[in-house]
Design a protein around this ligand. Structure first.
Ligand code: ADP
Length: 414
């Protein structure tokens, strides 16, 4: 089956065309036919397109909305891309969408029906910035391909729906949970689920034997404790703001700070929330950038104190959470690093793991230095009681596979 995977944001659409089916999944033989992104939709959009085995083509195009972007992508795929498997719209067999918030309604990926759309709409109040743009993507694909083409929703929150009440409940008046479903949902679920799955493939173990702590460190960062294959705790909460220090998000803070900043700086609660989401984290502490690469250079080349501090606070928070999650999960077999920083920065992995020998975690420096640019493997010493892995994430692949499973009616608990 040829699956179009869509990740529709407020002003961007990321996509991949993946050829896969149940048998290809079994053999790990899925094929990525093409991929790309359309950014700054609404005016002159910036387009990057790439067919399997070819160079990236960059250009601009006048695309006024998500629908125009999806139309453009499909038209490109059927013509200039020169993909032998996709010659016309009818060669696309299904569309898989990343949907940010599934609330408590969606515990796994689902075929999109009118009722499912209504459910995604009902979750808008939990993710007012994301779910509406995801819905736009679904409607756009419906327009372009026709209502008959199967579409599947894969939720960022679904994998964490196995969290026990003790982990997901905030210590607020209980009626607030009952009335408004205020609780920890967690995000990056597709990524945590994918790397846990790869881990058990590498180790040749079963799902219910998989006890790991996964760290997704990208622009957004989160950590999950996975016990017997299920997520039992995670650092993000009602929204993606809670937990680790991120590129521009603060992660955990004392909630009283919100009011304090508002009063001192004359900001509304919404403005403070924007400050916590967009001007904090690595960017906030360093005053320079949210890009970890640039911070590492700055620290090295210019001895910048705040760049150093931003990196140290980032690593310290991650280490503290590893300790907490080891306690939550009653130990683990391995710690897994993924995401742009986790996959590519031996320096950050080294700093996070330093001083964790008490937990049986011993990094092998030489190995650690060898893993970046999509390489997958173990970076702890032979005999380390707690092993450490780098496993590049592949959310699009998991979305394509879930799409196949939903369309064919097979189980997703793999
Ligand atoms: P997103 O969370 O937006 O999906 P990614 O997972 O792609 O983002 O991660 C992006 C981040 O990864 C960037 O902010 C960048 O700082 C970081 N990154 C990428 N390569 C490196 C590297 N070699 N060293 C340190 N950080 C890196």
């Amino acid at each position: 089956m040829n699956i179009l995977v869509l990740n529709c944001g407020s002003s961007s659409v990321k996509f991949q065309f993946i050829s896969t089916d149940l048998e290809m999944i079994q053999r790990n033989a899925d094929r990525r036919l093409a991929r790309g992104s359309v950014e700054r939709i609404s005016g002159e959009a910036i387009v990057a397109l790439r067919t399997e085995g070819k160079e990236v083509q960059r250009s601009t195009a006048k695309l006024r909305d998500t629908r125009a972007a999806v139309e453009f992508i499909v038209h490109w795929a059927c013509s200039e891309a020169g993909i032998p498997e996709i010659k016309s719209v009818s060669d696309v067999n299904a569309v898989g969408h990343r949907v940010v918030h599934g609330g408590e309604k969606f515990t796994q990926s689902v075929l999109i029906t009118d009722q499912v759309l209504k459910g995604i709409e009902e979750c808008i109040e939990l993710a007012p910035l994301h779910n509406p743009t995801n819905i736009k993507g679904i409607m756009a694909a419906r327009d372009v391909f026709g209502a008959g083409l199967p579409q599947v929703a894969v939720f960022d929150t679904a994998f964490h729906q196995t969290l026990p009440e003790t982990a997901f409940l905030y210590a607020l008046p209980y009626q607030l949970y009952r009335r408004y479903r205020i609780r920890r949902y967690g995000f990056h679920g597709t990524s945590h689920r994918y790397v846990a799955y790869r881990y058990r493939q590498i180790r040749n173990i079963q799902r219910n034997e998989t006890n790991v702590i996964t760290l997704h460190l990208g622009n957004g960062c989160s950590i999950a404790a996975i016990r017997a294959g299920d997520s039992i705790d995670t650092s993000m909460g009602l929204t993606p703001l809670e937990g680790l220090v991120m590129g521009t998000r603060s992660g955990d803070i004392d909630p009283a700070i919100v009011d304090f900043i508002g009063a001192k700086e004359g900001l509304s609660p919404q403005e403070v929330e924007t400050l916590l989401n967009k001007q904090s984290g690595l960017l906030g502490i360093s005053g320079l950038t949210n890009d970890m690469r640039d911070l590492l250079d700055e620290e090295r080349e210019n001895n910048d104190r705040r760049a150093h501090l931003a990196i140290e606070v980032f690593c310290y928070r991650a280490r503290k959470y590893i300790g907490a999650f080891l306690a939550a999960a009653a130990g683990a077999q391995a710690i897994i690093f993924t995401g742009g920083i986790g996959e590519n920065s031996p320096e950050i992995r080294g700093r996070i793991c330093s001083g964790m020998e008490w937990a049986g975690m011993e990094l092998e420096d030489e190995r650690n230095r060898q893993y970046f640019d999509g390489r997958e493997g173990i970076i702890s010493k032979d005999g380390s009681r707690l092993q450490v892995y780098v496993i590049p994430t592949d959310e699009e692949l998991l979305i394509a596979r879930d799409t196949v499973r939903c369309v064919t009616g097979t189980t997703q608990r793999y």
